[in-house]
Ligand binder design. Sequence first.
Ligand SMILES: Cc1cc2nc3c(=O)[nH]c(=O)nc-3n(C[C@H](O)[C@H](O)[C@H](O)COP(=O)(O)O)c2cc1C
Length: 244
Amino acid sequence: MTSLAETPIAADSVGLLEGIASTRAIRRYLDEPLPPEALRDILFAATRAPSGSNRQPFRFVVLEDSPKAREAKALIGQSARKFWELKRANDQYDKGSGADPNSPKSRMARTMQHYVDSFDTAPCLILPCLVRYREPTPSEGASVYPAVQNLLLAARGLGYGGVITGFHGPVENELKALLGIPEDVFITCTLTLGKPAGKHGPVRRRPMTELVFGDTWEEAPAWAVDPPGTRHTSAGPPKSVKVI
Ligand SMILES: Cc1cc2nc3c(=O)[nH]c(=O)nc-3n(C[C@H](O)[C@H](O)[C@H](O)COP(=O)(O)O)c2cc1C
């Protein structure tokens, strides 16, 4: 068998710009582990990300199927189920349009329920961490999140998908003890990864005119026009803008 050190990075199946526009949060996975070569390529992409002064404070704890990995998944899974139970009730996911099983709201609730219920068996769990070299600052995450997005984009390019969550928060201390993560290391997020059970589709965002401005706030330049076929969402606070 050829060693991975002699194996070039895989040819990806999607162009970079198309990949960016279709890297959605993937919360349903086939029951298949990620092969080592895919993990190598995905984590290689993550570790090639930029960071302030090229300090590379990011570290990735990759949990597959070892006993410790299963324990970590179970810990975070438990926290995810508690979080979702509260959110489902507080945000009234089962009321209003949520009562209609075909509404986007109730589809989202089903997806989230399935996600948290099967968290413990997610094919791969990654904890992107930040090694602190100074007192925490509000912008410290900025040296980790480009790497996290590289990771998701590389996964997309190879036919995998994932989602970022904050479900590790309530069990951070237990995770650190289990995985030998030093006290001063910040676990920035939780990321599950696997082969999507469904298809990747286009991301839905607000139109560019609401998000890109010229020399005056909320005035979009004439070129800030979404390409044909762009899918939109009204998620987020409403905006009104003028096009100049
Ligand atoms: C910083 C950040 C935190 C997120 N936290 C969660 C989370 O706790 N739970 C979750 O299910 N999704 C989480 N997501 C995924 C977003 O909900 C998702 O990316 C967003 O709704 C857009 O959907 P899309 O990626 O499918 O286009 C998070 C994403 C980001 C970037």
